[in-house]
Design a protein around this ligand. Structure first.
Ligand SMILES: Nc1ncnc2c1ncn2[C@@H]1O[C@H](COP(=O)(O)OP(=O)(O)OP(=O)(O)O)[C@@H](O)[C@H]1O
Ligand SMILES: [Mg+2]
Length: 586
């Protein structure tokens, strides 16, 4: 709550103005019942002949006050709508910006769907609550206090009657709110489970069909759906009981007020003995009673709403907790003080006795040392899960080692700015990534302001120029929007072209050629050789044919370098590499 309020501080003058408007608007609306009562008194005093001039007079004033009050509420809702949208926009921006600056590890730990729902759903919940609840709380407060004051002014005794009924409805709503809250929570949980199943269906559709598991899926969904229906029903059923019951309690109160009011009216019509003058003082006019009834209705309105508002505010608070969790998530650590820009990179890379673990006490890399001279090609091979991608993560400083050093051109990784370090690598990752934009934009991502000629050259080198030319708009074809769905291999070639364009001195290729056919692979290998010329390159490959000409091959197993050397040396040694090679080629 505090955090949310301090977030709203930027709008404090606007909100203050909104509070004043709300108070004024609701106070103006409080005049109506009083005037209406006065009009009733005019009718009652007329005894058959009604003084219409007076009635018109009161009616006109009522209109004036109600119009003024409506105009103020209108302006108020405009202000709140504007403020809340502004706040939501700012929040979304901040969450997004924060996501950009978070370390890679955050995304490894958190589910994509959950992060997405924080940017969209949770921000919406907050926005809706700020728009409605803020106004409602103030309006409710003013109305309750104002109506109470007016009722008390008209008749303290009758007010007492109304007050007697309040605890009944407050306790009832509180009891019911307590009873239904777990039901609403359960409803959300069940809704979440249903969403989860739909997601499962969408992502796994082909697998489900391939294994003919449609029946099983339907069965599972049926079960979950039934539970959801029950949970929805329970929540809605008990939720819908509250309104009518509270209404009933209020109507009881109105009945009591009616009876008590008529008695008080009677006191004014009969003459009582002097010792009962006390009762005479309590007497009310018809108009006073009618005003009182209108005020009592106004008074109970916000109190009935209380349960709703409280639960809405609660859901807004839990939503803001989820949003602020992201905004306050520590960003990737700042570069160390005095970090220098890595410029004119020659491309010498060393790792010295590096130890690393993602999770404490579960070492992934153990005493890892390697060295690459400028322009060398280092290949990393080994079984799946051995730690190959992890090495890349460390080179790029997506993670920092627990101990040991990583040096580029003799400068320690941590002593240079992350930005310049990362800019000195071009890379093609295991997961390809293309974004919604033209083919040109997607390739030019590797180099700002790349010309069309450069892009075409890179595409030619990667072997996709022919394919791109055949697209409806060539290099200006928008990927995804035009329904152009690239195949996995084409996407990979595109990312290779992107890397080709970058003039970084060092290159990282993680399984870059695993998705292309053998003929394309051959083409890429030639292109790669051109690309790697003069660059320090780290290539991870499962297919050993691609890395036979490497200057050094590191054979990794369980986070340790088991063997290293050239292809010939390792073959001669007849060790782990030899076995790997033999299993692929014999
Ligand atoms: N973000 C992470 N958090 C925790 N553990 C991880 C994380 N990423 C990888 N690991 C673990 O680290 C080990 C090495 O993973 P890595 O991705 O480096 O393997 P790899 O050699 O690249 O395998 P592959 O050939 O299948 O790509 C694995 O046991 C994996 O479970
Ligand atoms: Mg990997």
């Amino acid at each position: 709550m505090k955090r949310l309020l301090s977030y709203m501080e930027k709008y404090k003058y606007r909100l203050l103005f909104a509070v004043l408007l709300s108070i004024a608007g609701n106070l103006l609306a409080l005049v109506g019942p009083m005037l209406s009562g006065k009009a009733v008194d005019v009718i009652a005093a007329g005894k058959g002949a009604v003084d219409f001039a007076r009635i018109w007079y009161y009616a006109a004033w009522m209109i004036v006050f109600y119009v003024l009050s409506s105009v103020l509420s209108y302006v108020l809702s405009l202000i709140m709508l504007h403020t809340a949208q502004n706040l939501a926009g700012r929040m979304r921006q901040e969450v997004f910006d924060r996501l950009l600056s978070l370390p890679v590890g955050y995304f490894d730990r958190n589910q994509a769907g959950d992060i997405i729902s924080r940017v969209s759903y949770d921000v919406d919940v907050i926005q809706a609550s700020v728009t409605n609840d803020f106004v409602q709380v103030i309006a409710g407060f003013v109305t309750v206090v104002g109506s109470f004051g007016m009722m008390f002014y008209i008749s303290p005794w009758l007010t007492l009657v109304v007050l007697l009924m309040i605890p009944v409805s407050v306790f009832y709503t509180r009891y019911m709110a307590g009873k239904t809250r777990p039901m609403f929570r359960k409803r959300s949980a069940k809704a979440g489970e249903l969403n989860g199943m739909v997601e499962e269906l969408i992502t796994g559709q082909k697998t489900i069909q391939a294994y003919a598991r449609e029946g099983k899926m339907t069965e599972r969904f049926d079960g979950k759906n039934e539970e959801a229906v029950q949970a929805y029903y329970n929540a809605e059923y008990y939720g819908s009981l509250i309104g009518p019951t509270v209404n009933f309690i209020n109507n009881c109160s109105l009945t009591v007020v009616t009876v008590a009011g008529s008695i008080l009216y009677l006191f004014g019509r009969i003459s009582l003995a002097p010792e009962y003058a006390f009762f005479q003082k309590m007497a009310l006019s018809l108009g006073a009673i009618s005003s009182f009834v209108l005020y009592s209705r106004k008074f109970s309105g916000p109190i009935n709403e209380l349960a709703n508002i409280v639960s809405e505010i609660q859901s807004a608070l839990s939503a803001s907790e989820r949003v602020f969790r992201v905004i306050e998530e520590p960003a990737e650590a700042e570069d160390v003080y005095g970090a220098v820009e890595l410029t004119d990179v020659a491309g010498k890379v060393e790792m010295e006795h590096v130890e690393f673990s993602y999770v404490e006490n579960k070492p992934i890399l153990k005493d890892w040392s390697m060295k690459a001279e400028p322009g060398e090609l280092v290949a990393i091979v080994g079984p799946t899960g051995a730690g190959k991608t992890t090495v890349i993560n460390l080179l790029m400083r997506f993670y920092d080692p627990v101990s040991g050093k990583i040096l580029v051109d003799g400068k320690e990784n941590r002593e240079v700015t992350r930005k310049s370090l990362r800019a000195s690598y071009a890379m093609v990752l295991q997961e390809t990534w293309v974004f919604e934009g033209t083919v040109h934009e997607n390739i030019a991502y590797g180099k700002e302001n790349a010309t069309r000629e450069e892009v075409i050259e890179a595409a030619k080198a990667a072997g996709i120029h022919g394919f791109v030319k055949r697209l409806p708009m060539g290099y200006d074809t928008v990927i995804t929007e035009d329904g152009v769905n690239l195949s996995k291999g084409q996407k990979q070639l595109l990312t290779i072209a992107r890397a080709m364009l970058s003039d970084a001195r060092m290159l990282i290729l993680d399984e870059a050629t695993s998705n292309v056919d053998t003929r394309t692979e051959l083409r890429i290998r030639t292109a790669m050789q051109k690309l790697m010329e003069g660059k320090t390159s780290f290539v991870i490959a499962h297919r050993l044919s691609t890395i036979q000409n490497a200057d050094r091959i590191l054979v990794v197993n369980n986070g340790k370098i088991e063997e290293s050397g050239t292809h010939e040396e390792l073959m001669k040694k007849q060790g782990f590499y030899y076995q790997l090679y033999a299993s692929q080629f014999q």
